[in-house]
Design a protein around this ligand. Structure first.
Ligand code: ADP
Ligand code: MG
Ligand code: MG
Length: 864
């Protein structure tokens, strides 16, 4: 019932029914939050009545009354939406304390210090969350109190210190807000519930939902729950644990805790917490109970759990359980382990890893050799794996700005807070001096897949003067200096360290093998060079779906021949220049066919307009004029001749081949001669020649006839059997509408060029739309940027039309996609549903597409 109770509320209820010790309480549903906003931020009277009824039940159950002056019941008011948004919304503890009940609590527990500590925490939290005062307003008073007494930790504060703090906090509230701290317990509770509802729409919560694309939720639930106390002395404590390691996925209980502490102390990075293994030494019985309980919960939910617990005077309580956020490496390992342990089926295992997350695994790590030679200056906690090399900045807004300026940055902070979310998202890596593995920095970085080293006690960070000082060596790092982080072991290096490609065997290999068994879509790659083709094959690519030939005209001598061709005044001149290009092209294709032995290789004929091959700068024009022995004047005339107002819709693609057929003749010759050569080596080759920007049947048939003639003649002359295919891109909307006729004209395959199809289909220029598309997405006009995630409704419909018409003529027509979208999981699922044969994407996205294609099948089966 997450949608209604929120994740936290649903799981608290579920654990209660499982017989797990959870402090009693009740949940106000997300529907109330929705109503709250629709009703001008007011609760309905009926809801208030129900809250009072449920509170009375809770009081009866606990045998105490909220805020009673002799023996007060205290409660927490906790946020919790259907999707977990750790730390983004608010929670208030110790509600029910006031000037009277604090004394009652002191007397009842025989622990005066505890009572006053709880009270000052309540005032601080209410001040911050309900009265919207700065965290720093209170933090400054606290720091000052500690400093003046020479204390290191909050726990050093005495009862008298705490009483004094309470006075000072109250005075601060009076000063800033002109009101007295609310003494009525019910009023405290209601104000807090409203504040939690308000926190649903605070800036960081909104940003978190945007970044994580959490949509369609109606609000947060509010959980009102009896307090248990981890700050009742040295036999009490509070902690966070994971049933498996969230960084590596290792099936080992993992966690952190603090004795004599409450709530956020562990995650706020105020004191550096202890490893939960210490608890085993301190209190083996509680430790065992904790591990057993966590295992029960993990078995129940059949996934790794992230849990919060509190020990009150030797008694264990569970305060939260949720499926734990994890790194990609951990996600893969946990999925494979859970299947092997028989807890979930293979199909479920496939669904457990977010394809986009695989990115983290496929990307760089520090090169071991350079790492060994690099100057390690400090070590912190390995909070989120990966490698980051970048320039040091000290604020989140600088991280954001510098990144926008094209720099790679490492964000260095004492500790991060939810306000830092934009900067954390921009940074290549995050380094914090304080906080543990479950600190804000660590949790958020893991979620984002950003490399993070947390709790690095070896350094001191001066955020004001913008320096990092390494404590023992005295090395000082300033803003803009380079640092390298290794998030997998927590090391920090001076300067830049080389990075290397990752290992894709082990559990990753196992999961991908399951994915390959399940999926129906083939996965090809977009690759223009034998090197890219080899990388992609290593990642599991089954052929090339798009080889762009234009880059082949740029290197060294080739560009000269290309320019000679462009500048030639007649066919003969062009042919002469093209003859020089032929051997290069042929060699390129030989390399590709070899690298993709046994698989299809789709080669697209020259696509960009010719002016892209001519220089634009004065100097370059002058140099070219010398080289080509053409006057600057003539050259400029040619350039201005080729100028187009809208090159995207100009003389490009098959339109070039129609007017200069000698270009496509040369390319067809190179392709087929290369294929013949490789076939003669005894290798299996499957060349596929693809014509771009086709809009009309005639364009296709004119070129296809010509190309076919060349190919057939070459193959016959070689005296071998060689099959090749001729087909077209579907990227101009008109082509989709006449797809049946194009197949009738002989096209053997279609490949959707969804970049152009989106540009032309939606009338959006990819180069200009960026500026307003963000706003469009924010307003929900497009759910996603249509250049990143296929617009299934509109552009998808053009594809459906083409598929239907094309397959109507030839049911076996081979259909693929080769736009950027081919490696985007939602688009991959769409392609599966629409019956495409393959998707093609950049080499690094190949594993992502393989997994997404498998998930598409599993989900389809689930629906059935
Ligand atoms: P978040 O959603 O940000 O994790 P929580 O509602 O889980 O916020 O509250 C934060 C922390 O407050 C919890 O981890 C727990 O330590 C403490 N807490 C919340 N409710 C209680 C309670 N009833 N008794 C004791 N501690 C509590
Ligand atoms: Mg929590
Ligand atoms: Mg195109």
């Amino acid at each position: 019932m997450k949608e209604i109770l929120g994740g936290k509320g649903a799981n608290l209820a579920e654990m209660t029914s499982l017989g797990i010790k959870v402090p009693p309480g009740f949940t106000i549903t997300t529907e109330v939050c929705d109503y709250y906003y629709k009703n001008g931020k007011n609760l309905a009277d009926e809801v208030k009545t129900q809250i009072n009824e449920k509170l009375a039940e809770l009081e009866t159950k606990m045998g105490k009354k909220l805020g009673d002056s002799a023996d007060p019941l205290l409660v927490s008011v906790r946020s919790g939406a259907a999707s977990s948004m750790p730390g983004m919304m608010d929670t208030i503890l110790n509600l029910g304390l006031n000037d009277e009940s604090v004394k009652g609590l002191a007397q009842k527990t025989g622990n005066e210090r505890f009572a006053w500590d709880s009270y000052r925490r309540l005032i601080q939290m209410m001040g911050n969350v309900v009265l919207e005062m700065e965290h720093a307003d209170f933090e400054r008073i606290l720091e000052h109190a500690k400093e003046s007494k020479g204390y290191k930790y909050d726990t050093d504060l005495t009862t008298d210190d705490l009483k004094e703090l309470v006075n000072q906090y109250k005075a601060k509230i009076k000063e800033k807000k002109g009101i007295d701290f609310p003494q009525d317990p019910k009023e405290q509770m209601m104000l807090s519930a409203n504040a939690v509802f308000n926190s649903w729409n605070n800036y960081r919560a909104i940003r978190y939902r945007e970044i994580n694309h959490i949509v369609g939720l109606i609000g947060t639930a509010v959980n009102i729950q009896a307090m248990v106390f981890g700050n009742l002395g040295d036999d009490s404590g509070t902690g966070v644990c994971f049933t498996r390691n969230p960084s590596t996925g290792e099936a080992k209980f993992y966690g952190e805790y603090l004795m004599n502490a409450q709530g956020e102390d562990v995650v706020a990075g105020i004191r550096t917490p202890l490893n939960v293994l210490e608890l085993e030494k301190q209190n083996p019985e509680i430790y065992k109970e904790l591990v057993d309980t966590c295992n029960t919960v993990e078995k129940h939910y059949r996934d790794m759990q992230d849990m919060e617990f509190t020990i009150q005077q030797g008694k264990l309580y569970i305060l939260q359980a949720r499926n734990g956020k994890r790194t990609a490496a951990a996600a893969v390992k946990i999925a494979v382990d859970l299947v092997n342990e028989g807890l979930i089926a293979k199909d479920e295992g496939i669904l457990r890893v977010d394809p986009n997350q695989l990115n983290q695994l496929l990307h760089k790590q520090l090169d071991p050799v350079s790492k060994a030679e690099a100057q390690q200056i400090a070590k912190g906690l390995p909070a989120s794996p990966g490698a980051a090399v970048g320039q040091v900045v000290f604020t989140a807004s600088e991280a954001f700005q510098w990144t926008a300026d094209g720099k790679a940055v490492v964000l260095v902070r004492l500790e991060t807070s939810p306000e830092d979310i934009d900067g954390m998202h921009s940074a290549k890596g995050i380094l914090t001096a304080r906080g543990g593995m479950t600190s804000h920095a660590a949790v958020v970085a893991r979620g984002m897949g950003t490399c993070c080293v947390a709790g690095c006690a070896d350094i001191s960070v001066d955020e004001v003067n913008k320096t990092v000082t390494v404590k023992d060596s005295g090395i000082v790092i300033k803003e803009g200096d380079y640092l390298t982080l290794d998030g997998s072991d927590g090391s920090v290096y001076l300067g830049k360290v080389a990075t290397k490609d990752p290992d894709i065997g082990g559990d990753f290999g196992i999961l991908m093998a399951w994915a390959d068994e399940a999926r129906k879509l083939r996965v090809r790659t977009n690759a223009d060079t034998p090197h890219d083709a080899a990388v992609a094959r290593n990642f599991g690519a089954e052929g090339i779906g798009l080889c762009r030939t234009e880059h082949m005209f740029f290197e060294g001598e080739r560009i000269k021949a290309m320019r000679e061709m462009i500048l030639a005044s007649d066919v003969e001149g062009r042919k002469k220049a093209l003859a020089k290009l032929l051997p290069y092209q042929k060699d390129d294709f030989i390399g590709l066919f070899r690298a993709m032995e046994g698989f299809g290789v789709t080669i697209r004929l020259l696509d960009p307009p010719l002016h892209e091959f001519l220089p634009t700068e004065e100097e370059d024009i002058a140099e070219l004029s010398k080289e080509m022995n053409v006057s600057v004047q003539q050259l400029k005339e040619k350039i201005s001749d080729l100028h187009e107002f809208n090159p995207m819709l100009g003389h490009r693609g098959c339109r070039l081949a129609i007017t200069y057929p000698e270009i496509s003749d040369m390319q067809a010759t190179a392709i087929i001669e290369a294929a013949i050569a490789v076939a003669k080596e005894g290798k299996e080759v499957h060349p596929e020649i693809m014509i771009p920007i086709v809009a009309t049947v005639k364009e296709y048939s004119i070129l296809a006839t010509r190309i076919k003639e060349i190919c057939d003649q070459k193959i016959a002359a070689a005296g071998i059997v060689l099959e090749y295919k001729l087909g077209t891109m579907i990227e101009v909307p008109r082509a989709a509408l006449v797809a049946d006729k194009i197949v009738e004209a002989g096209a053997q395959f279609f490949s959707f060029g969804t970049n152009d199809l989106t540009q032309m289909g939606a009338g959006l220029s990819r180069d200009d739309a960026g500026k307003f598309l963000k706003e469009y997405v924010a307003q929900g006009i497009y759910e996603y940027d249509p250049f990143q995630v296929l617009d299934q409704e509109g552009i998808g419909e053009l594809m459906r039309i083409a598929i239907k018409k094309g397959r109507g003529v030839n049911p076996d027509l081979k259909i693929g996609i080769c736009g950027e979208h081919g490696g985007e999981p939602m688009t991959v699922e769409f392609c599966h549903r629409e019956g495409l044969n393959y998707v093609s994407c950049s080499p690094f996205r190949v594993p992502i597409a393989r997994l997404a294609a498998a998930q598409a099948v599993v989900r389809e089966n689930l629906k059935k």
